[in-house]
Design a protein around this ligand. Structure first.
Ligand code: NAD
Length: 343
């Protein structure tokens, strides 16, 4: 297939695009390039080929840009809660309007498949029960509310000519050249490596399902390649039941993988988002999909990578590896304007 992948210059996209290309798909990327200042490592074995990438804001995409593609995989958004809360009105502009317009234009351009990177954060506040795709959502932030609205507004576009699939990814982890240290397992691993100490201020009780970016990439590939009737209009939680952890359990695993790391937990709980997610549907209904990674294996991957690249504190703290820091820097330094367009 000829596939346009938005967000190829981001954390997931940087590993997804080579995987699709290795599979024989022709991939073109599209990205505004907000995090281009950050490149953690180069590994020819993992990265293989890099797609030709159109550097363009999603909000400026035209029907002409989309003509000739068989499929669009849409990742390019402001990608976490703190970033979404920073400027909620821009979050709605990019994540909600931008994504719905993209799907609409893709359909009008004759694209036949659309795969959307949604998020398990739509579940927001759970009560400890396993939540599945049929249950009510309870988004707590602008970021999560946008994910719900995109699902709501794009689903009606699904028909025999336009196959739409929503992948509600768990919180991602794993090594990527466009690294993010603002997601839980990556952050704790970097802390363990650089300081040998994980001192949590909260009690770490919230539930958080996590999934490796390679497993997310496999889910995207499977959604692209599945017979349309298996995936059209469908939502799939992406992850595995066994990969639901309390945050303190993730910290415990990381402290065991990084030798000599001390772990302590605090009392409070600042973050009220907690959700435990059921992944039965993806393992039984998405042909070819299976999660290959566990939190422990992911922490080990990061430990090997950190050793190989002589990872240090200043790299950990570098702005381009934390999405909110980088966007604030680009704004402060006048490189992007108030609406997050490059000047
Ligand atoms: N990483 C996770 O834990 C996770 C979990 C669930 C869902 N997701 C979703 O997966 C997608 C990718 O996540 P990620 O972790 O790779 O994020 P990321 O921030 O690393 O990558 C997003 C990419 O999109 C680009 N982008 C942002 N706004 C754009 C715009 N207006 N026009 C063009 N490009 C733009 C950025 O430059 C960046 O390269 C996002 O939609 C995110 O919400 C991620």
């Amino acid at each position: 297939m000829k596939v346009l992948v938005t967000g190829t210059e981001g954390y997931i996209g940087a590993r997804l695009a080579p995987l699709l290309m290795a599979r024989g798909h022709e991939v073109v990327g599209l990205d505004a390039g907000f995090y281009r200042d950050g490149w953690l490592y180069s590994d020819i074995h993992q990265l293989g080929m890099v797609p030709r990438t159109i550097i363009k804001d999603l909000r400026h995409i035209s029907i002409g840009d989309l003509e000739g593609f068989d499929a669009v995989v849409h990742l390019a958004e402001l990608s976490n809660d703190p970033l979404g809360e920073n400027r909620p009105e821009i979050t709605y502009q990019i994540n909600h309007r931008g994504s719905v317009d993209l799907a609409d234009k893709a359909k009008r351009a004759g694209v036949r498949r659309f795969v959307y990177a949604s998020s398990c954060s739509v579940y927001g506040l759970g009560n400890g029960e396993f939540l599945d795709e049929t249950g009510a959502v309870n988004p707590q932030t602008a970021y999560a509310k946008c994910k719900v609205m995109v699902e709501r507004d794009v689903k009606p576009l699904a028909d025999a000519r336009f196959c739409v699939t929503f992948l509600r990814n768990a919180t991602a982890y794993g090594a990527s050249p466009r690294m993010r240290f603002d997601i839980v397992l990556n952050d704790l691993s970097a802390l363990a490596w650089t300081t040998k100490r994980i001192a949590m201020t909260s009690d770490g009780s919230p539930w958080r399902p996590i999934v490796h970016i390679e497993d997310i990439s496999t889910a995207v590939r499977c959604a692209l390649e599945a017979p349309a009737d298996a995936v059209n209009g469908e939502i799939f939680n992406v992850g595995a039941n066994s990969e639901n952890y309390r945050v303190r359990e993730i910290a415990q695993i990381v402290s065991e993988v990084f030798p000599g790391c001390e772990l302590s937990t605090g009392k409070g709980g600042a973050d009220n988002r907690s959700y435990r997610v059921c992944f039965d549907k993806i393992s039984s209904k998405l042909p070819g999909f299976r999660c290959e990674w566990t939190a422990r294996k992911g922490a080990e991957e990061l430990r090997h990578r950190f050793a190989q690249i002589e990872f240090d504190q200043s790299t950990y703290e570098y702005r381009a590896f934390t999405r909110l820091k980088q966007i604030r820097y680009l704004t402060r330094s006048g490189q992007i304007d108030n609406d997050f367009f490059w000047r």
